[in-house]
Design a protein around this ligand. Sequence first.
Ligand code: NCD
Length: 330
Amino acid sequence: MTESKTHKGSSLYQRRHLLGIEGLTAQEIGYLLDQADKFVTLNRSAKETSDSLKGRTVINLFFENSTRTRTSFEIAAKRMGADVVNMSVATSSVKKGETLLDTAYTLNAMHPSLIVVRHNESGAVSLLSQKVDAGVLNAGDGRHEHPTQALLDALTIRRRLGTLSGLTVALCGDITHSRVARSNILLLNTMGARVRVIAPPTLVSSDMERMGVEIHTDMRQGLKGCDIVMMLRLQMERMQGSFVPSTREYYRFFGLDAEKLSCAKPNALIMHPGPMNRGVEIDSELADDEDRSLIRTQVEMGVAVRMACMEALIENVVLPESGEERFKHG
Ligand code: NCD
């Protein structure tokens, strides 16, 4: 049986869940990044291991396809000694609301310590978190948030440039459908970076202005003076109707190639959360350019950030004693 805790841990992150970047303080974000830094060192050393999640069960509950994020959470949990169960749930044939809550009650009865959830509906992960005793990590909900992606991006930038504060970061491409963009904007704003979004008018919604970012529809103009150029995938699966004339046309105006990159700062760095559409949003050679591209580092940082987040949450998970009523209906 999973161990019960009667009081919260002593870390600077005092929450049981990680549902989004929204509402997190700069101190909480800084703490998670500092902890993740330690896990980067640990992951690079062959000998060291962590047993922070030993005897704990982590469920990866994915209602949407994912390769890198699911694998990254799985490796992170296993490196800390957890037992990991992967569940992929097809949503196509079932009513989403019902399935989600039924699934929550079922999983709760299995006493997991942490549940990692990805769902195609914005808000679904938060709803699930209200129904379970486990700590819940949002691995991406609809267009809403993808907090561990923003944290791993921040760690990647911080390790390379030493700071986030004062940097100018451009997020380019399909802003409207991107939870990565939303979480990154929230995090970068909180940490004192300036954010620009660059997109065709059809792929950037008006609520972006309220998020305190500069909007550009001309890529060369938007890239001027940028330290970081973060490219985003065209999220065709979230588009109903036509948002771009053709992928060829899109690449011409919004695909990152060497010529457009030359408009940014001379040593500007390239990022992409993956999966990449080479030749659609980014030139293939540029994506692989070891001097300019941080894309592979992002993947490495992903494991460390997820270890840090899971360790922080587990301190705050208080599972009921055996025999207690565990179901939270209503
Ligand atoms: C992102 C996602 O799922 O939101 N990818 C990821 O987590 N690696 C971005 C995307 O799918 O384009």
